[in-house]
Design a binder for this molecule. Structure first.
Ligand SMILES: Cc1cc2nc3c(=O)[nH]c(=O)nc-3n(C[C@H](O)[C@H](O)[C@H](O)COP(=O)(O)OP(=O)(O)OC[C@H]3O[C@@H](n4cnc5c(N)ncnc54)[C@H](O)[C@@H]3O)c2cc1C
Length: 385
């Protein structure tokens, strides 16, 4: 079994305590009312969680991906939506830290680390999700900046965030199309940036997912990430590699919550004169759940370790994301079954796990896409004989 070191264990313990004391008691109420968890987010700021992956020189904690995955697992175990405010926020911190100019790092990272700036990734559009190259939002050079026109769909942190990495085409005729994509750091406040609506969702409630509109929205040229056009596809794809580890860790956390609730219920609920955990069918479910969670966690740490070592890990991150999130979905359903009729009621959180889990198989690149990435990577690793 993967073992955290002493510092990681201390961090995990403090996040677990925070989740048990301040998240779990209010999660079901906030989720059912689709209410934004303002107080929890404020506490997450105090804990420094908005700066998890921001280098210490810019005011962050500079944690490894493995440690970040542990934090995400703990938060997600309490309520998956609490990871929303720091999820794509951390992706843009990653992109700016890796690819931003020194000026961009100095201007944006300290505020992001403190949670004063709240970030999101504005990539997907109504007609372009998996097929990122098809985005149609454009950035046209105008004076000492660019004018952005278009719309973005499904943007987490769209309402309560204020700073985004936006992908737009600076050369819509480029061939191949990805060479025409650039990434910009954009901030709310100027004319022409509108949060059009909050999307009502099956799960992942409490945290907002929005449609954004840009109408001649001005961005200064100094906000073009790295200062060079045409690099945006690489920037967002690299950011998505870390997002996949994060989404996989959310899957482990959610699956663990479902498993723990399931095993406790199975020990207490009695039918035919004994606890249901003594019936073989329930035991088979528990064995399946427990084994898959362990395996999922190992895949997450294997991918995170590679990322920490600066190695390419698209295949490993894809494997972790695919397996951990399919596991979350399957374990949530098995837990619901163990709970019988009680699992279908809103009195218990198991129905929430069941509604939350499918997003994990979609966000950060669908699991179908992960299969393609994994297969391509594996084929490349095995030279034709
Ligand atoms: C709650 C929520 C939050 C989100 N947050 C963000 C965010 O913060 N920022 C952001 O930019 N995006 C966000 N997204 C968008 C998300 O990343 C996309 O929904 C996802 O990438 C899938 O894109 P799509 O919805 O356009 O589906 P499509 O790309 O249209 O895919 C539809 C189906 O076709 C399959 N498919 C597509 N292409 C292939 C292929 N080549 N081979 C096999 N199967 C294929 C897909 O797997 C899927 O099953 C969010 C989505 C949701 C639901």
């Amino acid at each position: 079994m993967f073992k955290p070191d002493k510092l990681q264990q201390r961090i995990v313990d403090s996040i677990r305590e925070f989740v048990e004391r301040e998240v779990i008691p209010v999660a079901s109420r906030l989720e059912q009312q689709d209410e934004y968890p303002h107080e929890i987010v404020e506490r997450m700021k105090d804990l420094g969680l908005f700066g998890c992956n921001v280098p210490e020189e810019f005011g962050g904690l500079g944690l490894s991906y493995s440690t970040y995955a542990m934090i995400v697992e703990e938060l997600s175990r309490g309520w998956m939506s609490t990871v929303g405010p720091i999820g794509t926020h951390s992706v843009i911190c990653d992109i700016i830290s890796r690819f931003g100019t020194e000026e961009q790092k100095r201007e944006f990272l300290p505020g992001l680390a403190a949670g004063e700036r709240r970030g999101g990734l504005a990539l997907s559009e109504a007609d372009a999700g998996t097929d990122v190259q098809r985005i149609s939002t454009v950035a046209v050079r105008s004076g000492d900046g660019y004018l952005i026109n278009g719309s973005k769909m499904w943007i987490t942190n769209g309402r309560y965030g204020n700073t985004y990495v936006l992908a737009a085409k600076t050369d819509p005729k480029a061939d191949p199309p990805y060479k025409g994509i650039s990434a910009f750091i954009i901030e709310k406040g100027g004319e022409g940036f509108k949060v059009a609506r909050d999307i009502d969702k099956l799960g992942y409630r409490g945290v907002e997912t929005c449609e954004l509109y840009f109408d001649n929205f001005y961005v200064p040229a100094r906000n073009l990430i790295g200062g060079v056009e045409g690099q945006g596809f690489k920037h967002v794809m690299t950011g998505l590699e870390s997002e996949r580890i994060n989404v996989a860790a959310r899957g482990v956390g959610l699956a663990r919550a479902a498993f723990e609730d399931g095993i406790h219920y199975a020990q207490q609920r009695r039918t035919f004169g004994k606890p249901i955990c003594e019936h073989q069918t329930i035991q088979i479910m528990l064995a399946e759940m427990g084994t898959r969670i362990e395996a999922a966690r190992l895949l997450v740490y294997s991918a995170a370790e590679k990322k920490d070592n600066g190695e390419r890990c698209d295949v490993e991150a894809g494997m972790a994301k695919l397996f951990a999130t399919d596991t979350a979905q399957d374990v949530a359903l098995l837990s619901l079954k163990i709970h019988g009729g009680a699992g279908y009621s809103k009195d218990l959180p198991v129905e929430r796990y069941y509604r939350d889990a499918p997003l994990l198989t979609i966000g950060g690149g669908t699991n179908e896409l992960q299969r393609l990435i994994i297969a391509r990577g594996l084929i490349a690793r095995y030279p034709v004989k």
